[in-house]
Ligand binder design. Structure first.
Ligand SMILES: O=P(O)(O)OC[C@H]1O[C@@H](O)[C@H](O)[C@@H](O)[C@@H]1O
Length: 304
């Protein structure tokens, strides 16, 4: 659908409209009194969210992020599906799956009784996806923009064979200063250490809060449903309430990692941390024919 058709079908006067963004991508701009947010149909990705009364934006999108139909956008809340990380069947394939590279359909934009805006995106298999991953599926992303931001990804197996997925909500959170960030809730959780200098198959157990003073790339297991990013520089706490996920990836590439990534500025490691609600590593989700699986996260900003 072009912009005029999208606006005719789904715009909500004074609250939600569709505009053309960088690289010709379609953006959905929302301002409903409870919050301001920007979403895109490219990957069904949330790009920005700031609740009323909050001084700072929740999410990070890099100045050098790609905005192009065939590339992933580094920032916001990318949807990683049907594999998280490297495809176990072919490590040469795109990291984090193809869902974030596709243009999703807009299925609904509605105002909820509490004033929050609910947007539903859909994606289904086609010849291109089946060439990459030979399964029949329906996917939905539901984004609710209100006093909190919620993202729920639902997978339906539309075929007649079971299939297995890993997946994630790869949220990039804006931070004020890595030295003033603590991630709470992971104490006692075992993690797989994927940092560049870690030996292969390295594991550890988190002790206390997780600070940021070097590259962090960890897959935490048996994680509780609520995690907190405390950020004294931005004088705020971000609460992450996850559903249907016991695995969390925490990633900050640090200096060398940022320098190595063309879509990050060298100093961007000081500007974000990813705390990702995922099903990955040993948490593999098998979905029976006509069955469904969900993963979701609710993000809330609180003043410190
Ligand atoms: O694909 P993106 O958005 O650049 O993210 C890549 C990063 O995603 C993280 O989830 C992984 O733990 C990192 O290993 C990886 O480098």
């Amino acid at each position: 659908m072009d912009l005029d058709a999208l606006n005719a079908a789904f715009a909500l006067p004074d609250v939600l409209h569709f505009v053309e963004g960088p690289g010709g991508l379609t953006l959905i701009e929302i301002d409903n009194g409870l919050a301001r947010a920007t979403l895109t149909t490219h990957g069904a990705q949330v790009l920005s969210y700031r609740p009323a009364g909050a001084r700072d934006e929740l999410l990070f999108v890099g100045e050098r992020a790609y905005f192009a139909p065939d590339q992933e956008i580094k920032g916001g809340v990318p949807i990683c599906w049907p594999w998280f990380g490297r495809d176990p069947d072919d490590p040469a394939r795109v990291i984090h799956g193809f869902a974030r590279l596709r243009t999703w359909s807009v299925l609904a934009c509605e105002t909820r009784p509490d004033g929050a805006i609910w947007v539903r995106f859909g994606l289904a298999d086609d010849e291109t996806t089946r060439a990459l991953w030979p399964h029949y599926f329906n996917l939905w992303v539901e984004v609710t923009v209100g006093a909190t931001l919620s993202v729920v990804l639902t997978t339906r197996n539309a075929g007649d064979e079971p299939f297995a997925i890993t997946q994630g909500l790869h949220a990039y959170f804006q931070i004020g200063d890595p030295a003033q960030v603590s991630i709470l809730g992971l104490n006692g959780c075992r993690y797989l250490d994927k940092a560049a200098d870690a030996p292969p198959d390295a594991v550890g157990v988190q002790s206390g809060a997780l600070g940021l003073d070097a590259e962090v790339n960890r897959i935490y297991e048996s994680v509780p449903p609520q995690l907190v990013i405390e950020d004294t520089a931005l004088e705020r706490r971000i609460r992450i309430d996850s559903t249907h996920s016991r695995t969390c990836v925490v990633w900050n590439p640090w200096i060398a990692g940022a320098q190595a990534l063309p879509d990050l500025d060298d100093a961007d490691y000081q500007r974000f941390v990813c705390v990702e609600t995922v099903n990955a590593a040993s948490e593999i989700i098998t979905i029976q024919p006509q069955g469904e699986a969900r993963i979701g996260a609710d993000y809330r900003i609180e003043p410190l």
